[in-house]
Write a protein that binds this ligand. Sequence first.
Ligand SMILES: Cc1cc2nc3c(=O)[nH]c(=O)nc-3n(C[C@H](O)[C@H](O)[C@H](O)COP(=O)(O)O)c2cc1C
Length: 330
Amino acid sequence: MAYRSLREFIAKLEAAGELVRVSEPVSTVLEMTEIHRRLLRQGGPAVLFENVIRADGERSPMPCLVNLFGTVKRVAMGVTLEGRERTTAADLREVGELLAFLRSPEPPRGLKDALDMLPLAKTVMAMRPATVKKAPVQEIVWTGDQIDLTKLPIQTCWPGEPAPLITWPLVVTKGPSTEREDDYNLGIYRMQVLGKDRTIMRWLAHRGGAQHHRRWKAAGKPEPLPACAVLGADPGTILAAVTPVPETLSEYQFAGLMRGAKAELVAAKTVPLMVPAEAEIVIEGHVLLDEYADEGPYGDHTGYYNSVETFPVFQVSAITMRRDPVYLTT
Ligand SMILES: Cc1cc2nc3c(=O)[nH]c(=O)nc-3n(C[C@H](O)[C@H](O)[C@H](O)COP(=O)(O)O)c2cc1C
């Protein structure tokens, strides 16, 4: 079964006993991390916190989803490969082999050989995204003075961190070239909140988004780099964003492989980018070319705090969402 949205996947997980709802009040400040950490260690379920208390002490109208991919089983459940009943560990290895092939410096002998060798290569080639005109993720649109990141239940994960952190944004960018229409990149780069309409974009230098930013600057573009942060997409698209897909392949196309159906995209409201139509929330804006800020220190998955480093500033131009969005965090 292909999931069109995060909420379809949530329903499936709940039916399978892989997700529980928590109605007790839980704070975005430290408390969620503490609970999530124990769940992760125990191989526990995904959790939908329905009574979330934001940093400002107000109850959030948006529930928070944590521990979504806390087990290999749920990762496999999130991947749908066309024509296969369910995804097994062997299937995930096959996806890995395709990736290794796509990234190899000397591919066998072009596409024909690849298609013969790797059945999944044929599928990925057929997965060019589809576009729609009207999208659930644009049921609500905040622009101008309405834009306010503090209205989202953004987590403060660890003691001593400088500001709330958007932990799981799928950051969508496109390079400056107009010839290649397919050079979309999706990557997860954490975003430190600087104010109501500004964050830092912490993409490490070798990441796809950082490369777009460099090429954009080098091309002498007068305007900053358009970017969208997608919060909560269908599981296949989320997993595609986590995957280091080579720059020659659009991550939306790879998402088609992982979701067992073409990605469904809609034009963003204020920037020239396409975003997943069935997402929960999209933050639209630009990554500035001449403004940088000190990021961190933030606790990292290594078990240590990262040192403070400088990354570019992201200026928000709109926040769009469903009428009842779920906020995905980790
Ligand atoms: C929850 C989560 C947080 C991440 N945070 C960052 C980050 O802050 N900066 C970064 O460069 N990569 C981060 N990553 C790793 C990248 O998203 C990942 O390597 C991805 O494949 C990069 O895609 P790209 O090769 O298209 O840039 C994170 C991954 C996950 C799952």
